[in-house]
Ligand binder design. Structure first.
Ligand code: MRU
Length: 358
């Protein structure tokens, strides 16, 4: 598959045409407004990630990769040691913006590794190497999404009902998306699916983003509230659940948007196959189980006041607002990656996946 610059520019995150900024489609404004933000400082990138202007595990990683290059370019006149120290500090700052999705630290560390692997290189040479690495991270994500889509498509039949949670589509990744990849690729090949998109409280990624992406592409999509998934499953309308992932542990437990584990429990009850789809950059073999995944806690006002004309709860009410949950690997039918479909036992087969491809 050949990835062109035009392919990269189409994505929700890309390097600006002048190469001096990270440009993102502000996902907080969708579906009502299409707003592009130009990010040039570490603080702007941190805030964009923190506020979910850019969101979705792979997209955050791509954004962080480009940000490291843009910041390096701004520091090209520094002496070598000061340049390297500044890049380390920027990397640590960006990583601190959100804790759960592994792609963020993965991308920053990959960029910093370029510097440690070229300890004697000049600053100018390092800047060029970082430019290439940031583009490679993006190109690889486009290619990985395509391969995930191909593998995922083998798991469903035309006409199937597919339930998805949150947004793991093109906005959150590159091109096809991960969980939505088989749906978009199938549509290109004339296969029609009926998709049920959970709205995904509290930030409504399913309603605002997944329903928007699928409807624009002409896919049959039905928006449901999160608490309607069980009814839809009970009617026999769902043949498979496809969800994304933010970090997959070595035993197959995985973190994804809050509510995912509930969908998995329901799917098990109704005997529906439940898959997570994600690139190999989301698999964290250094994380033994889901218990070690740090879960982000977010502002209670996302539950109390956001999205409504008036606050929907007493102003001071105590809220619990974890952004993610961990789905136990025992609920998972398979993990669909760019390197193939991984079935249980996940601890053994995830290890094999990496050993075989190295
Ligand atoms: O908080 P978000 O919107 O960044 O959470 C994103 C999700 O949980 C997605 O489902 C996940 O990142 C997969 S994106 C391909």
């Amino acid at each position: 598959m050949t990835v062109t610059n035009a392919d990269r520019m189409e994505c929700s995150v890309h390097l600006s045409a002048d190469g001096r900024a990270v440009e993102i489609l502000d996902q907080t404004q969708l579906p009502n407004r299409t707003v592009t933000l130009r990010l040039t400082t570490a603080r702007e990138v941190y805030d964009a990630i923190r506020t979910l202007a850019v969101r979705g595990a792979p997209a955050i990683g791509i954004c962080a990769g480009y940000a490291m290059y843009v910041l390096a370019l701004q520091r090209r006149d520094l002496p070598g040691p000061a340049f390297r120290a500044a890049m380390e500090a920027d990397g640590a700052f960006l990583i601190s913006s959100r804790p759960t999705a592994v792609n963020l630290s993965w991308a920053v560390q990959r960029m910093l590794r370029v510097l440690s692997d070229h300890a004697d290189a000049s600053v100018a040479a390092c800047v060029e190497l970082l430019r290439r690495e940031s583009l490679a991270i993006h190109t690889e994500d486009i290619e990985m999404c395509r391969r995930i889509a191909e593998y995922g498509l083998t798991l469903v039949q035309p006409g199937d009902g597919i339930l998805t949670h949150c947004n793991a589509g093109p906005l959150a990744t590159s091109k096809y998306g991960t969980a939505t990849g088989p749906i978009f690729l199938g549509r290109e090949r004339g296969m029609a699916f009926r998709v049920f998109a959970d709205e995904t409280r509290p930030l409504l990624q399913g309603a605002r983003l997944t329903a928007y992406e699928l409807e624009r592409a002409g896919v049959d999509v039905t928006l449901i509230c999160d608490n309607m998934a069980s009814v839809v499953m009970k009617q026999g309308w769902v043949q498979a659940c496809f969800v994304g992932c933010d970090r997959i542990a070595a035993n197959g437990d995985f973190a994804n948007k809050i509510g995912t584990s509930g969908v998995a429990i329901l799917a098990k009850h109704y005997g529906i196959p439940f898959y997570t789809l994600g690139p190999s950059s989301t698999i964290d073999m250094a994380c033994p189980t889901g218990a070690e995944i740090r879960i982000e806690q977010r502002d209670p006002d996302e539950i109390r006041t956001m999205w409504y004309r008036e606050p929907m709860a007493p102003p001071g009410v105590k809220c619990y607002n974890p952004a993610f949950d961990v789905t136990d690997h025992t609920l998972l039918t398979a993990i669909v990656t760019d390197r193939g479909i991984v079935y249980p036992p996940f601890d053994v087969n995830l290890k094999n996946l990496f050993e075989q491809s190295e």
